[in-house]
Design a protein around this ligand. Structure first.
Ligand code: NAD
Length: 306
């Protein structure tokens, strides 16, 4: 069935669709019946300059193959204009792929405000602006599918990428809220950490590895998550690349429960540090109330627990 997933009559907006992963998503959705908005500013991977060529090339490729697509050259920082293009051209939006991205890698010691601000503007504010503009349409039609793009750098931290890592993990939090607020309107939002050969990675990985990491190998997961049949994966985090797809989640150690009174001292915590860090019987929290539940337990403990 998955091989025949189709998106006929649906309108898909892909940001940063002029190359790399975005282009792969765009070509796929167009080949499966969707009308696609190809957004790309056409700048360098450091976020400098811009031209319309990147988006135009992809639109032409889709049209040449008999598909439907329209270009948009705005920065995602003006995401409302990208959604406007979808509404003007096709009258609706069903799927939003927040994919546009840049890098400003530099050690934290040498990072400037510009390096920080530009990364936040493109990744975080960009995803916010497009999603904010699409949201009323999604709610009204009681249908929407969103993919946000995080990175292993965001999930785990990566040397020289304090700005990018902070922005990318920010997108995880953003996705979790969209998933919770959108659920009752059949708006489903998930976040992926891809690994693929693109101009972003071609300078940091050897050719034989890049050969195994075609952007096309990220597409099937995105296709599944954005299909109308997906109503169960919402607010999920995936790592995907080179044919591997895996889901990630938070894990909490058993933890130390002490009575919260004057006996709750640094020494009391230190004494049972092994419990704080013991992952033998972990829990997998998925909401803020989860921790409150633990506190209720702690409040019932007697001093003997210390
Ligand atoms: P890429 O550079 O090939 O594609 C990014 C595209 O976004 C480019 O075409 C660029 O012109 C466009 N873009 C940049 N700034 C824009 C803006 N302000 N408005 C509109 N378009 C803009 O890189 P890619 O590897 O395909 O990256 C796609 C996404 O995946 C990015 O968000 C990136 O951070 C993320 N990512 C990629 C990898 C990987 O291994 N390639 C790993 C982790 C995360």
């Amino acid at each position: 069935m998955a091989d025949s997933l189709r998106y006929d009559g649906q309108v898909v907006v892909v940001t940063g669709a002029g190359g790399g992963l975005g282009k792969a998503y765009a070509l796929f959705f167009a080949s499966r019946g969707a009308k696609v908005v190809i957004n790309d500013l056409g700048g360098s991977f450091k976020g400098e300059g811009g031209n319309s060529k990147a988006a135009d090339v992809v639109v032409n490729e889709i049209k040449a193959a008999g598909g439907e697509a329209v270009a948009n050259y705005d920065s995602v920082e003006n995401g409302d204009k990208i959604i406007e293009t979808a509404i003007k051209a096709y009258g609706r939006i069903d799927i939003l792929i927040n994919n546009a991205g840049i890098l400003r890698d530099i050690s934290f010691k040498n990072m400037t405000d510009k390096d920080w601000d530009l990364i936040m503007a493109v990744h975080v504010t960009g995803a916010y602006r497009t999603t904010r503009a699409a949201w009323p349409h999604f709610r009204k039609q009681k249908y929407g599918r969103v993919i946000n793009t995080t990175s292993a750098a965001g999930l785990f931290g990566s040397f020289g990428q304090a700005n990018y890592s902070a922005a990318k993990l920010g997108l995880v939090g953003f996705t979790e809220v969209l998933a919770k607020e959108g659920a009752k309107y059949n708006i489903v939002a998930n976040v992926i950490a891809p690994l693929a050969a693109s101009r972003m990675t071609e300078t940091v990985m050897p050719p034989e590895v890049l050969e195994q990491l075609k952007p096309q190998w990220v597409v099937p997961l995105v296709a599944v998550l954005t299909h109308k049949s997906n109503t169960h994966e919402n607010g999920s985090i995936f790592e995907v690349g080179g044919g591997h797809v895996a889901k990630l989640r938070w894990e909490r150690s058993q933890g130390l429960l002490l009575k919260a009174d004057d006996s709750y001292t640094p020494g009391a915590v230190l004494k049972q540090w092994n419990k704080v860090t013991d992952f033998t019987n972990p829990t997998h929290p998925d909401g803020p109330n989860d921790f409150l539940g633990l506190l209720e337990k702690s409040m019932k403990l007697g001093p003997s627990e210390q």
